[in-house]
Design a protein around this ligand. Structure first.
Ligand SMILES: [Zn+2]
Length: 375
């Protein structure tokens, strides 16, 4: 049956036959599959979510944030993200390193230090731009190791005005400090990206098993997450105002890498992060390298196990990454005054993908982040 005949039959019959319904379901499935396949291919070719600027036919110098970077060049410069007047505002500048390959290709952005106390990403971004040579690169690498420089200098998650930069995107040139920095980062840097990797760690006194989070409903974002190859992918579009969500909303695939805990440089998760970024670059055909990616466990549902009303000294009984079953003992909170001992148990089968480090905890504190096995 031709498409036209199918269409006419569907329109004029009013009640399509079961065969027709089945055929339509199949057509939808094929179309969906083709779409996903096309997007994945686009990602592999580096054209998915063409960024906010269209790719150019010729491989010309890149104009970015008032700087010109020619093919074959690496440029390091400071970007005034707060649009300040006078030298005192320079404390809010961020370092941006642009490597323009000698051959055409996609633009990958590696952003770290949105939260100033999350250090692992700072070193991952640093190693990536330090090791990337323009003569070995197809496309462009844009890396910023610490976009919240004030937070990095002070060991603080937030900006000096106590705002969370990761709630300010896509930004406002006349808004709060967070909104202004987000605006200039988005307009000045992120608009050039075909794919974005945002590097984070656990917050507070918690640590995360290396993992990628993104919108699993977005085929290019899921393909990007899998190509990072760290082994664990979670569903999460990110809160309103987050960098990841704003970039996804602009039609560009974006993921966050969450690994380790704040205020430390952790060699293992830094190494895994560097490997992940290089896997993405290999997947986008930006570098010639053998991908070392692991196949991904995908968790669509996760939740935090909290300590209830317990107050006291917390020690875990299981390790980060452990596979657990419903009812397994995860940790214990002991009240040093009453000696009351509260056992924290897993509500479902799954895996510990994040957890609190040993500490004194207050009621309701999130102790274990569990990725649930599919039911
Ligand atoms: Zn963070």
């Amino acid at each position: 049956m031709s498409c036209l005949r199918w269409f006419v039959g569907r329109c004029f019959d009013g009640r399509p036959a079961i065969r027709t319904q089945r055929r339509e379901r199949m057509r939808r499935h094929v179309k969906r599959t083709e779409k996903v396949f096309h997007l994945v291919l686009c990602l592999a070719a580096g054209t998915a979510g063409a960024g906010l600027t269209a790719p150019k036919d010729e491989w010309a110098p890149l104009e970015i944030a008032g700087h010109t970077v020619a093919p074959g060049e690496t440029a390091r410069f400071w970007v005034d993200l707060a649009n300040t007047v006078g030298a005192s505002g320079r404390t809010l500048d961020a370092l941006v390193v642009v490597t323009r390959g000698t051959r055409p290709g996609p633009t990958l952005c590696v952003i770290a230090g949105v939260h100033g106390d999350e250090l692992n990403g700072v070193e991952i971004a640093h190693r990536i731009y330090a090791e990337t040579k323009p003569e070995e690169l197809s496309g462009t690498l844009i890396a910023s190791p610490a976009v919240n420089m004030a937070g990095l200098r002070n060991g603080q998650r937030y900006l000096p005005d106590r705002r969370d930069l990761n709630r300010g995107f896509p930004g406002d040139p006349d808004g709060s400090l967070a909104a202004r920095i987000a605006y200039h980062l988005f307009q000045g840097v992120l608009q050039h990206c075909n794919a974005v990797l945002d590097l984070h760690t656990g917050s507070g006194s918690r640590t995360n098993l290396p993992q990628i989070r993104t919108d699993l409903e977005s085929a290019p974002a899921l393909a990007l997450a899998r190509s990072f190859g760290v082994g664990i992918v979670l569903h999460g579009v990110g809160p309103s105002g987050s960098l990841r969500r704003s970039v996804l909303d602009a039609g560009v695939p974006a993921v966050i890498y969450e690994a380790g805990e704040p205020l430390r440089f952790e060699a293992g998760v830094i190494e895994q992060g560097v490997t992940g970024v290089r896997n993405v670059m290999a997947g986008l055909k930006m570098i010639e390298a053998k991908s070392e990616r692991e196949s991904s466990e995908v968790y669509r549902k996760t939740s935090w196990v909290r300590g209830g009303n317990s107050v006291g000294i917390f020690f875990p009984e299981r390790e980060l990454g452990a596979r657990v079953r419903k009812g397994d003992l995860l940790g214990v909170v002991t009240d040093p005054v009453t000696e009351a001992r509260v056992e924290i148990r897993s509500p479902r089968n799954g895996r510990i993908i994040g957890m609190a480090v040993p500490q004194f905890v207050l009621p309701g504190y999130g102790l274990f982040h569990i990725g649930y096995d599919p039911e």
